[in-house]
Design a protein around this ligand. Structure first.
Ligand SMILES: *Cc1c(COP(=O)(O)O)cnc(C)c1O
Length: 467
């Protein structure tokens, strides 16, 4: 399988190359040249597979530059009950007739990003080892991404992580998760500032091409195709658990921010998985809901991006969204380039009408909705859900069609967001075994002013000199 850019440059790259790259050289995102189609007989064969072997089957349709035996060994090492808590890896919890949560948050950091990041860690170690190279991952996080990256890369050969976070702004649990890691290849840097300050430093370092090359700086951000591909697997796994045969259709509601999670659902649907609807659920930061309703894409500025109680969905522009628009516009790279180099855009009426054919719809949820939904789910089913999943469930209940099973992707466990659970239910959220008291563990974090040169000096001191 070769990969092309959404902005139309005539480049074709292999999987292993784009694995370690960010954007395509023309500023676009990588996508496979075609989506492999999965026939009914293949779906039937896959139905009985363990998650790791299902992952292997799907990945091998997109990866032809890693030997099959190696790839299978990687998926079997990553997707284990030991790491993800159950044999199903992404188990369903039914909330009455025709609606269920698909649990994606039972990995080490209690959020769905582990599903992809754990695979990415194994693929990075494999590919860097094969090339005899090393990589220094630099990122900024407000919570879930940074911890997922650190838990995926800890102890991996050839990889170091430098993760910037805004000092004192993550939840106490999130800080404890990241800062308690004692692995030598993990570096936590808390900058005195807000998330955007941390993000600006990462951008400034990445724009210094000489520094970037000399220090072999890479990223693990959500535009990485391998992350998206890993997420395709749980749409199949959820479908197989929810149905008895392939003539049934299932819908998914996806709490969304950067459009990575639901874009994986789009890929699964393009491959032929019988998905009726893909429902995009946003919080008050509703740039995606607005787009699906109106065809207007209006990324917000920082000042117009609200801080909400589902913080992992507080985005101003959805970095994976360009992938879907590329498919929507018949893969017209020139048109995509025109749209995404403008500050905002409006689809033509005809283009907007085409969205229906891709199964998408959308809805929006507010703080009051989250609190009410957490209460309702607890009262009716005795289950505590996290605020992001509550955004999803709120919208799913509005969009649920009788006769079509709706799966709501559970994107985090409530233990990560105790304050909102306390507000809704007056209780402390349950915490998975082994995580009691992590706030009291010794912390390993370097506090620094929000200053690019000091961050560069720190990186330089810890990676040594150019190879
Ligand atoms: C990252 C995240 C999301 C948003 O996912 P996208 O792929 O960015 O759309 C939703 N919920 C939680 C808990 C997350 O960590």
């Amino acid at each position: 399988m070769k990969y092309i850019s959404t902005r139309g440059d005539q480049i074709e790259r292999g999987f292993s190359d784009i694995l370690l790259e960010g954007l395509a050289p023309d500023g676009g995102l990588y996508l496979p040249k075609t989506y492999p189609k999965v026939e009914a007989a293949t779906l039937t064969r896959w139905r009985g597979l363990a998650y790791a072997d299902l992952a292997f089957e799907i990945l091998s349709l997109y990866i032809d530059d890693i030997p099959a035996d190696d790839l299978r060994a990687i998926t079997r090492r990553v997707y284990t009950a030991e790491v993800f808590g159950t044999e199903q890896i992404t188990p369903l919890t039914w909330l009455g007739e025709g609606i269920a949560l698909e649990g994606l948050s039972n990995g080490p950091t209690l959020a769905f990003k582990d599903m992809a990041m754990q695979l990415l860690g194994a693929l990075f170690e494999y590919e860097l080892g094969r090339r005899g190279e090393t990589l220094n991952i630099l990122g900024a996080t407000s919570g879930d991404t940074g911890s997922a990256a650190e838990y995926a890369m800890r102890g991996k050969k050839g990889v170091r992580v430098f993760m910037l976070s805004p000092e004192g702004r993550m939840s106490p649990f999130q800080q404890a998760q990241m800062f308690s890691l004692q692995d030598a290849n993990i570096h936590n840097i808390a900058v005195k500032g807000v998330f955007d300050d941390a993000q600006d430093i990462v951008k400034a370092v990445s724009n210094d091409l000489a520094f970037k090359r000399e220090h072999r700086i890479g990223t693990v951000n959500s535009i990485n195709w391998a992350r998206l591909l890993a997420q395709v697997v749980y749409y199949f796994a959820g479908y197989f658990q929810a149905t008895k045969s392939n003539d049934q259709k299932v819908s998914f509601t996806v709490p969304s921010g950067n459009f990575g999670n639901v874009c994986a659902g789009h890929v699964a649907r393009q491959m032929g998985l019988p998905i009726a609807r893909l429902v995009v659920a946003t919080n008050e930061n509703d740039v995606l809901d607005e787009f699906f309703r109106t065809g207007n894409y209006r990324p917000r500025g920082t000042a117009d991006t609200h801080e909400t109680s589902s913080p992992s969905m507080d985005i101003s522009k959805a970095s994976n969204f360009e992938r879907f628009v590329f498919d929507l516009l018949g893969r017209d790279g020139a048109r995509v380039k025109q749209l995404f180099t403008a500050p905002n855009f409006e689809l033509s009426a005809g283009e907007h009408a085409d969205i229906a054919g891709f199964g998408f719809s959308s809805g929006r949820s507010t703080h009051a909705d989250r609190v009410a939904t957490i209460r309702r789910c607890h009262a009716e089913h005795g289950i505590v859900i996290d605020p992001h999943t509550a955004d999803g469930l709120k919208v799913a209940l509005e969009k649920h069609e009788p006769g079509t099973t709706m799966l709501v992707l559970e994107t985090a466990l409530p233990a990560k967001f105790a304050a909102t659970i306390h507000e809704a239910l007056g209780i402390e959220p349950p915490r998975p075994a082994g995580l009691e008291g992590i706030e009291n563990l010794p912390k390993r974090v370097k506090v620094m002013p929000a200053d690019v040169e000091q961050v560069k000096a720190y990186i330089h001191a810890h990676v040594g000199h150019a190879a």
